[in-house]
Design a protein around this ligand. Structure first.
Ligand SMILES: *[C@@H]1O[C@H](CO)[C@@H](O)[C@H](O)[C@H]1NC(C)=O
Ligand SMILES: *[C@@H]1O[C@H](CO)[C@@H](O)[C@H](O)[C@H]1NC(C)=O
Length: 124
């Protein structure tokens, strides 16, 4: 991964897990808390979520701070998070469109910016 990208608050792949590897849906369905992320890093209290679309660019969707979801302004109503940033969280995406087809990543952090973790933490 482009490791220089988010240099702070690094979470190691082996300490962060994401399930499942793949989700397949049809247009207008929703992903309801089905993309799950967990970590066991004491002191880390935030779970960040990213989308990597066709153009490969990474888009920050927002993060869970303890049990408070902070969804990026333009994605409110579309994306939601639940859980607790200290342990686990899940991602929901409503009213799926073709352009929601992407790789979704989670990362754990104690900072306000997260380092992306590796291959385990992806859902296609
Ligand atoms: C977090 O983990 C607990 C215990 O495994 C589970 O009951 C809960 O549904 C999980 N929450 C999320 C948001 O994934
Ligand atoms: C995705 O497609 C929908 C219509 O299918 C459009 O309304 C929306 O703006 C698009 N989102 C992005 C991020 O391009």
């Amino acid at each position: 991964f482009p490791s220089g990208l988010f240099p702070t608050g690094a979470s190691d792949t082996k300490d962060v897990n994401q399930m499942p590897r793949f989700i397949t849906k049809t247009i207008s369905q929703s992903v309801e808390s089905e993309i799950k992320c967990s970590h066991k890093i004491p002191s880390y209290n935030k779970i960040f979520w990213y989308k990597q679309g066709k153009d490969k660019a990474l888009q920050l969707l927002g993060y869970l701070n303890l049990d408070n979801p902070n969804v990026e302004e333009e994605l409110k109503g579309k994306i939601n998070f639940d859980g607790d940033g200290r342990n686990n969280g899940s991602l929901s995406i409503s009213d799926l469109k073709l352009n929601d087809s992407a790789v979704y990543f989670c990362a754990a952090s104690f900072h306000s910016a997260a380092h992306l973790s590796g291959v385990n933490t992806k859902t296609f």
